[in-house]
Design a protein around this ligand. Structure first.
Ligand SMILES: C[S@@+](CC[C@H](N)C(=O)[O-])C[C@H]1O[C@@H](n2cnc3c(N)ncnc32)[C@H](O)[C@@H]1O
Length: 180
């Protein structure tokens, strides 16, 4: 009996170790693909979404959605449709679990690169990505339908100063609001 218990504990520990290792590897993968996983502070979410002035029925797209906290809150609080895109399959899996737990409808999470994402149908796009990745997205952003709201947390969009209409200054990251 003691032996069985011993091997059971050993097995559980091994599973936990493997899960932690897989999670760690996928986090390294996120960084390698252009942005490490650093979630937006929970304290900032309401403030950012309030400033977005979302309207029922709009489509809210989060590029590099992590655990989906922004897009999930947008859907929950403002009755919009939500799309979360992340290159990291572990994070999209976690985001889906949260969305299911919160019984959210009108929300999908896709494991895919921001470069393969169709931006045209989004009314509001939220991103918290590294400047090197943002620069590569600028050609896609310049093709957005007029009036699309782009919210960049942490970093400015280079060359978009004329379209910047609001900055919410907070530490350590400010949030920049643009109209395409
Ligand atoms: C700084 S985190 C932001 C997470 C989330 N948006 C938030 O604010 O809580 C950046 C996210 O972008 C994802 N990412 C990195 N490179 C990507 C790429 N090329 N395409 C899609 N997602 C990417 C990472 O996996 C990570 O989850």
């Amino acid at each position: 009996m003691t032996m069985i218990l011993y091997f059971l504990i050993l097995f559980v520990e091994l599973v936990i170790l493997i899960l932690v290792a897989v999670y760690g590897v996928t986090l390294l993968f996120s960084s390698a693909m252009g942005a490490p996983y650093v979630p937006t502070s929970k304290k900032r979410i309401d403030e950012i979404l309030k400033e977005a002035r979302l309207k029922k029925g709009q489509t809210f797209l989060e590029l590099g959605s992590g655990d989906g906290r922004i897009v999930r809150n947008a859907v929950k609080q403002y009755n919009v449709s939500g799309i979360g895109i992340d290159i990291n399959p572990t994070l999209t899996f976690i985001a889906r679990l949260y969305a299911k737990k919160e019984k959210l409808k009108n929300i999908i999470f896709k494991t895919q690169s921001v470069f393969d994402t169709d931006l045209a149908k989004a009314h509001v796009i939220y991103l918290f990505l590294m400047p090197q990745l943002i620069v590569k997205l600028l050609p896609k952003f310049s093709q957005l339908p007029a009036n699309t709201l782009l919210i960049s947390h942490g970093f400015k969009l280079e060359g978009w100063d004329k379209k910047l209409y609001k900055v919410v200054k907070t530490e350590p990251f400010s949030t920049f609001f643009y109209r395409a």
